[in-house]
Design a protein around this ligand. Structure first.
Ligand SMILES: Nc1ncnc2c1ncn2[C@@H]1O[C@H](COP(=O)(O)OP(=O)(O)OP(=O)(O)O)[C@@H](O)[C@H]1O
Length: 323
């Protein structure tokens, strides 16, 4: 069995920008622009970056909820980009998503039983009695009770709704869960409960997570490895402890300088990013971060840095680390 459950290679998603009376294509938004990474079986890969950097588009493209413009996505040994019809449907059972806003993703007119049963019905799995049983089982697994099955989404708190979102994702026994900002809408006190639940489920069910967040402190403890995105590209990728101990890319360092350190004696440089994130429809030449980088040189303005392994699987796209 291959170690990598998911291999993403040169993934791109460009959205056309149309204009004029004839709706001609006048440009493109490079939401995801040549992203490559792998996720090992059983690991949690955190994908972080500011709003609009392309995290969600990456997560959805690799589930084929959005059609990527180009690239390769190999899941469990199968390139899923070319899959259609029944083959795609079968593959999708193994890859599920948990959304940020559990309320928006749950049909308010359906009770929990109907919501949770739906994936099983769609895939023609089990008899009505077996499906009912599975719903009750999953409610217990996510820390709710079987009597919750007859209630409606509005009767639950935010944290409970996210537990329901997680139960729905688990109904088909997936191998991979893309968790797209699963705790961002929750109170801080509830966030850690949901994160702990996700970690317990990962251990008990052997799940693999792609965990998307804008907040580096949220992914820190849950992730084995972390990829940092900026303007549609990965700028740094490394094991989680290493990224927090020794961030290399000036963008990662700036993001981390805004996160309070658990060590009160740690002296962190304060980096204030200049200006706003440029538009992904007109990204800067060379290194796309150069317009905001405190270390910018002429080379950065002209030459796009390679995404290089600087040792032990720590990748960075920055001219500061050229050999
Ligand atoms: N359907 C679309 N049409 C055009 N542009 C889009 C579309 N969806 C996303 N974009 C643009 O693509 C870029 C990446 O968006 P994406 O939602 O993936 O970012 P994100 O990092 O997940 O941000 P957020 O956390 O705010 O969702 C943004 O500039 C966004 O405006």
């Amino acid at each position: 069995m291959a170690e990598d459950l998911l291999i993403v290679k040169n993934l791109k998603k460009y959205y056309p920008i149309t204009g004029g009376v004839f709706g001609k294509e006048v440009g493109v938004v490079k939401a995801v622009d040549d992203v490559s990474f792998t996720v090992k079986r059983g690991e949690t890969f955190g994908l972080v970056g500011e709003s609009g950097c392309g995290k969600s588009t990456t997560g959805r493209s690799l589930l084929r909820l959005i059609e990527p413009t180009s690239g390769e996505v190999v899941f469990d040994g199968t390139d899923i980009i070319g899959l259609q019809g029944e083959a795609l449907r079968k593959m999708r059972r193994n890859m599920q998503i948990v959304f940020q806003d559990p309320f928006a993703s749950l049909n308010p007119r359906h009770n929990i039983e109907k919501i949770l049963e739906e994936p099983l019905r769609v895939h023609g799995i089990g008899s009505p009695a077996e499906r009912k049983e599975r719903v009750r089982e999953l409610l217990e697994v996510v820390g709710l009770s079987s009597y919750h099955a007859t209630r409606y989404p509005h009767q639950f708190s935010g944290g409970q709704r996210q537990r329901i979102g997680i139960a729905r994702a688990l109904m088909l026994n997936p191998k991979l869960i893309v968790a797209d900002e699963p705790v961002s809408a929750l109170d801080v006190s509830i966030q850690s409960q949901v994160l702990n639940l996700m970690q317990d489920l990962q251990r008990d069910l052997g799940l693999t997570y792609l965990f998307i967040a804008h907040d580096l402190s949220v992914v820190r403890h849950i992730s084995d490895r972390v990829g940092v995105m900026y303007l549609g590209r990965l700028v740094e990728l490394s094991r989680s402890e290493e990224l927090y101990r020794q961030p290399l890319h000036p963008y990662t360092r700036a993001l981390l300088s805004a996160v309070p350190s658990p060590d009160p004696d740690a002296v962190r440089e304060r980096i204030i990013l200049q200006g706003d994130v440029p538009s992904p429809s007109n990204p800067p030449t060379g290194c796309t971060f150069h317009t905001r980088c405190p270390h910018v040189t002429d080379e950065c303005r002209q030459v796009r840095p390679d995404f290089r392994d600087v040792g032990g699987g720590h990748f960075v796209a920055c001219h500061l680390y050229n050999a």
